[in-house]
Design a binder for this molecule. Sequence first.
Ligand SMILES: [Mg+2]
Length: 263
Amino acid sequence: MKILTSGTDLNAFLECIRCSEGRLLMLDYDGTLSPHQIERHEAVPYPGIREILAEALASADCRTVIISGRSISDLLPLLGIESGIEIWGCHGWERLGPDGDYTGPDLDADISTGLEEAAEWATAEGFEERLEIKTACIAIHWRGLGGKETAGIERDVGERWHEIADGKELELHRFNGGIELRPTGMNKGMVVDNLLSGSEGSAAYLGDDLTDEDAFRAISGRGLGILVSPGLRETAADVWLTPPEELIWFLERWIESCGKTDE
Ligand SMILES: [Mg+2]
């Protein structure tokens, strides 16, 4: 654990949660609530996380939101929580409300065409096993490969997808274990900004990856940005926690400070 920004007082923050007007807990999934896995469909939460989330969802005046680059339909079986949770998927392009209401991405035709072209190219080039087609973006994963092979895939995919994105509202992003092509105009920072604008009181965002940096910048000065990672790197977050022990420690402190509906 390390405090990264001057003026951040983690103990004071935790003490203030209970007396805040409201509580907003925003969580990335992969690498934050679950360890990264070579097989993406095996990325289940760390032991104890599901129980903590269930407690958070049962708490009064605590809004708990998952913000992920995965598609919501892909995330739900891994999360193991069937109802009552709010999820923003594919970096904010789709949303599942706590009441089960779903809003999907509304993409322009040239964006959809560009994503389809990029996916077709990747399949034709032999990347089908590494290709993830999501509701609003596509990704190539290379977790588990050596550095030389990774560099080759990154170069080839990056060059071709960059050409396809040219002139369209599409952009390339690196993340931990791959590269992604996604529409411009939405990111995790915009989701955090949206959620914070409708909330009062204590707020925290926990994430691990480069795509979480938008969220850390969005919450800066308005709540606590927490980098959850085995190693420290350059980040806009306020605090660095290592998973799972420090992560669970923080989440348990958060839950303790939320009222329970059955009390
Ligand atoms: Mg992540």
